[in-house]
Write a protein that binds this ligand. Sequence first.
Ligand code: TXA
Ligand code: MG
Length: 311
Amino acid sequence: MYLSLNEASILLKQGEVVALPTETVYGVAASIHHPKAIQRIFDLKNRPSNNPLIVHIASFEQLYPLVSSLPPKSEQLARAFWPGPLTLIFPIQSQSLNPIITAGLITAAFRMPCHSLTQQVIQQVGPLVMPSANLSGRPSSTSPQHVEEDFGPSFPILDGGDCKQGVESTILCYYRDRWKIARAGALPPEAFLPLLGYSPSFLIKNKEEAPLCPGQHYRHYAPHCYLILTMNFIEESDGLILGFSDREYPSNYTIWHFGDSSHPETALQQLYRLLRQLDREKIKEAYVDVRFPEEGLWLTLKERLQRAAQK
Ligand code: TXA
Ligand code: MG
């Protein structure tokens, strides 16, 4: 069910859950002041309760009352990349956020999304929690049709067209005197070099650091289709390949394209659409061409594909 901007704001103020567009992926939103609506998001998505949510804001005025002391360069990062696909983990003022949002952590994740419709909704309603609009573990939604696929045609959606980036925000957290990447996303590590003086490294998932990004421990982004990530395609065989339009593949295969092999942004933009299409067409098995560099946004594509291929 498609809503107008005002209908979306009214429903959210009344404590309902609504799907909203962002530049990264569609989200299912609830006001931070409506714990029952927030609980409904966990139920709808079948999301584990120890996986905290991102708080979405439309201005710095909405941020300041929620956070306590900010790590070095926080404001510079926020001013450089917001509104946009960056999520920052900040320590919070005690009691400023319901523990259902933070899974009881003393920090919370914050992001100012870059989509004019959703910015207006957040201005009208106040801060919103908004996980990606997909059933937990499944590919995220990059169009209103994807949201309907997961939550049904009567689910309230504010239609903002196809998502520009098509992949989630990059999450940064401050740990042991450095900013680290807690989740690869739409901004590559090098994007932060000019501002920080270094490219943040990825948080290593050992036991000690595990609580820093709880969501990263669950299975994610996965279609039912079995994905085989490969660099070699056997001439005599056949099947479906998710590949690149400027590459040659053996003639027996059907090819679905990520775009050409010099544009990781395009590949990321197509990723969830292709993964969902595999399931819609009931394809049981597909090969994925992973011959790409270990740098920049290719790292995000690789991380998503590796998780999507986990069984
Ligand atoms: O692009 C995005 O970020 C999208 C759009 C809708 O804004 N949202 C999104 O939300 O990807 P979600 O819920 O699918 O992912 C949130 C991630 C999870 O991996 C969660 O563990 C992490 O953020 N997170 C939330 N709070 C955290 C915290 N205090 N510390 C570390 N990680 C946190
Ligand atoms: Mg998600």
